[in-house]
Ligand binder design. Sequence first.
Ligand code: AP5
Length: 220
Amino acid sequence: MYLILFGAPGVGKGTQAKLISKKHKIPQISTGDMLRAAVKNKTELGKKAGEIMSRGELVPDDLILEMIKERFGMDDCKNGFILDGFPRTLAQAEGLDKLMQHLKLPEFNCIEISVPDQDIISRLVSRRLCSNCGTDYNLITNPPPEDLKCIICGGEIIQRKDDNEETITNRLKVYTDQTAPLKNYYQSKGNFITVDGRKKIDEVQEDINNLLKEHSKQIN
Ligand code: AP5
């Protein structure tokens, strides 16, 4: 399975990608997570990306495509993968197509998760994460314990630097200007479907699973 989860910041791409990854035993490839790891480890890429990310702008396409090319070469990608937060520009989508052709891999299915901006802002300002294992908490739906120690690993629970209202507003603008136009690109390929991300997490998951089942019936 080769799947792109498409949608604005905070619509639930990461949440759904993790569930699909577990069910289908294929990796979630999140460019945001990869960049945050690079920032944490102070790599050359991390040094270039950190400041850009804290403003909510996009990291340059050539750096992202280089990172993706390296990731696709890893062993766990042999049976498919889920792209979460990539591609985000036309240059990235075209670079991805070239890479897939070069690797002789099939076209992607693209599932958009759609949520109104007001709901996105309230979800993202309420998001908290374990700094060690990445477990997601949310002040509205899944509050962290009072001592802010992760219930899974005991790590410190933190708020992402870019999850403040000002940066979220800029991330949404960047999405509208640079990423939303990709909808046309994937719609014209004929494999773009939208699900309602306002529903509960398990309901959105069920809708995605049904779409994926439907698709596998069509190709078998
Ligand atoms: P990235 O990490 O990709 O951030 P994003 O796109 O802004 O997405 P998020 O992780 O914020 O949201 P999500 O859709 O995954 O939602 P989640 O499931 O966590 O990118 C960060 C930065 O890195 C970018 O701004 C850019 O600088 C750089 N970058 C990354 N990729 C790049 C690229 N390709 N090119 C250039 N630059 C790049 O859910 C959010 C919250 O909502 C959670 O708390 C969750 O519990 C809750 N939630 C989820 N689903 C539901 C639901 N159905 N109902 C209620 N709450 C829900």
